[in-house]
Design a protein around this ligand. Structure first.
Ligand code: AMP
Ligand code: MN
Ligand code: MN
Ligand code: MN
Length: 301
C-alpha cells in the first residue's frame, strides 16, 4: 500500500513547516503522495512540488477554503449561532479543493481576498473592544498564538483581564452579533466555492465532518451536499472508527467521493503525524487516490 496524505498545512497558513520541511517530513514518514492544503492560499504549493521532485514525493495541488453553509429556519445551528450581516445565518465549514487548475495565475484570488478580509475583521473587533474595555487585538492574538484568531480568543482575553466573568458574558455584552464590538466575518457560500473550483477543473470535499456537533452534523452535511460538493473527508486525525464508518456510509448513499488526510500542522499540532494521523487513525486506501484522480481527469477534460 502507498502512504497517502491529502490534508496538510505549511507556514503559508497555520502550520509550522516551510514547504520543503513539509515534504521532508512526508518523505521521512514514507508518504508517497501528499496534498498541500493550506487555509485559503496556494502560496506554498509550487515550492512543495519542487521539493517533492527531489525527495520522491508526489505533491498534489490543494487548498482548504473557509466556506459557509446557508442557514434556514429549520436547521438547528441557526438558533444558537447568530451570524454576520453579510450572510443570512450560516455555519462556517472547511472545504478541501483539489486540482492542478487552482495554481493558474489569479485562480483563487477571490478566496485569498476573503481570507484578508477575515484577518482585517479581527482588527476591527480589536479596535472596538479596546475602546470599550482597554482589552484589544494584541491580548487576543497573544492567546491565539499560532492558531487562527477568533472571537473565542477575545472572550478569553476579556476574562483574563477581569472585564467579564465568563465566556457567556463576553459574548452577551461585547462579541455577539448586534453587540458593540461585533464585526461581521466574511466567508464564501459553499455554492460559490463549488462553482469557482469546478470552473478551474477541480473538486470540492467537505473537510472533517466529524468535527461538527452531533446535533448539527447531518443537517450541515446535507446542506453541503445540496450545494454541490463532490466528496466527504472520511479519514482525519479527529475521526474515530465510528465517524469513519458514518461518513463513508453517507458518501456511499449519495454517490460521493471519499478522501482522507492527517491535517498535519507540524509542531503546532504535535500529536498529529503526517501520513498516519493520531494513533494511526488515518490510513488512506490506494483506491481513494485512484478514484480522486479519475474524477479529476474527467472534470478537467
Ligand atoms: P469567529 O470565527 O471569530 O466568529 O468566532 C467563532 C468562535 O466564537 C467559535 O469558537 C465559537 O464557538 C465562539 N462563539 C460564538 N458565539 C458564541 C457564544 N454566544 N458563546 C460562546 N462562544 C461563542
Ligand atoms: Mn489549521
Ligand atoms: Mn479544517
Ligand atoms: Mn486543515
Amino acid at each position: 500500500m502507498t502512504t497517502i496524505d491529502l490534508h496538510t498545512h505549511t507556514r503559508a497558513s497555520d502550520g509550522s513547516d516551510t514547504p520543503a520541511e513539509l515534504v521532508e517530513a512526508a518523505a521521512r514518514a514514507g508518504v508517497k503522495v501528499l496534498a498541500v492544503t493550506d487555509h485559503d492560499t496556494v502560496a506554498a504549493v509550487a515550492a512543495a512540488q519542487a521539493a517533492g521532485a527531489e525527495h520522491g514525493v508526489r505533491v498534489l495541488v490543494g487548498l482548504e477554503i473557509t466556506g459557509e453553509v446557508a442557514g434556514s429556519a429549520g436547521l438547528p445551528w441557526t438558533a444558537s449561532l447568530r451570524s454576520p450581516a453579510r450572510s443570512a445565518g450560516g455555519r462556517v465549514v472547511h472545504l478541501l479543493a483539489y486540482g492542478a487548475g487552482l495554481l493558474a495565475p489569479g485562480a483563487v484570488d477571490r478566496v485569498e481576498a476573503v481570507r484578508r478580509e477575515r484577518l482585517e475583521r479581527n482588527h476591527r473587533i480589536g479596535e472596538r473592544l479596546e475602546a470599550l474595555t482597554g482589552v484589544g487585538y494584541d491580548q487576543a492574538a497573544a492567546l491565539a498564538g499560532r492558531s487562527a484568531l477568533s472571537r473565542a480568543h477575545f472572550a478569553r482575553a476579556l476574562i483574563q483581564a477581569g472585564v467579564v466573568a465568563d465566556t457567556a458574558e463576553a459574548f452577551d455584552r461585547y462579541l455577539s452579533n448586534g453587540r458593540p464590538a461585533y464585526a461581521p466575518a466574511p466567508s464564501l457560500p459553499v455554492e460559490e466555492v463549488v462553482a469557482l473550483v469546478h470552473g478551474l477543473g477541480g473538486l470540492v470535499v467537505l473537510a472533517h465532518p466529524g468535527r461538527l456537533g452531533a446535533a448539527e452534523a447531518d443537517g450541515v452535511v446535507a446542506a453541503a451536499i445540496e450545494a454541490g460538493i463532490d466528496g466527504l473527508e472520511v479519514w482525519h486525525s479527529q475521526h474515530d472508527a465510528d465517524a469513519r464508518h458514518h461518513w463513508q456510509a453517507t458518501a456511499d448513499r449519495h454517490g460521493l467521493l471519499v478522501t482522507g488526510g492527517s491535517d498535519y500542522h507540524g509542531a503546532h499540532k504535535p500529536t498529529v503525524r503526517i501520513g498516519s494521523g493520531t494513533d494511526d487513525n488515518v490510513d488512506v486506501p490506494d483506491q481513494v487516490l485512484a478514484d480522486l484522480e479519475e474524477r479529476l481527469s474527467a472534470v478537467a477534460g
